[in-house]
Design a protein around this ligand. Sequence first.
Ligand SMILES: [Zn+2]
Length: 314
Amino acid sequence: MKSIGIDLGGTNIKAGLVDKSGKILFKTSVPTESELGYKHVIEQIIKATTIVIEKDDDVVGIGIGAPGIVSAEEGTVKSPPNIPGWKKVNLGKILSDKFGKKVFVENDANAAAIGEYIFGAGKTTKSFIMVTLGTGVGGGIIYDGKLFRGETGGAGEIGHVTINYKGRKCNCGSYGCIETYVGNQRIVEKVKREIKSNPDSKVVELAGEKLETLSPKTLYDAAKLGDEYAIKAIEDIAVMLGAAFASTVNLLDISTIILGGGVSGFGNFLLTPLKKNLKERVLAPNRPRVKIKLSKLKNDAGIKGASSLAFYHS
Ligand SMILES: [Zn+2]
């Protein structure tokens, strides 16, 4: 059994042919070119799909992971960030009319969760919370073998769990959401502020005098060199994530968290303090059960997650 996965990103649209074990048999990528308008983006999605389907059209379906507000039931994607003019598009209908296949559209964070459930670290777990650390903090909940959508499909927004009610303003309108502290750009801003009092940190050596190449990964590279500031900065991220995850675990009584995205690759610099903080903060009955697993999809997680939708529904 094979399926096609399409990952609608801000810069590129990636598409791939994936088998039931999660192996990518073929993949391609076309530029999103959102500056040319949303109709062009739809053409680019069709182009990427065509390249894959021409290789092999013996597939159970096509899955799409998209940012923005997705109605999986209708197959529509509303207002994805960074694609001007795109209000509400029925991608599901457009693609099924064009290719004559079943099409499954899902929010990209939910697609990542289903991907882990079908192919990855969630294969042996019936319930877990998937968290993707990137520009934002994405979340998806699998409960008892099913994606938990909530009343309107908006469940799983762990990025907007508040860890400080008097904290900084979030894009969502609330204050002190976890995303405003551990989103990639927010990590970079914090390091830039703090580095002034830590001028001897390896971070400066690695990122350049003006910190021109500074990214969250610089912290990891500096930590590996034994840099005290970087180790402490990653620990700060772990403490904040621990607080957000503990609230979520207590609320849902789901004890497994699967972590994906760039910052999840920080190894034990992140995982050791994260596990400690999470354990300390969850309610006593949850303490022995709570665990953090790392995403197994890694490269091309977007394609794999999207392709898993067709397997999940068939
Ligand atoms: Zn928020």
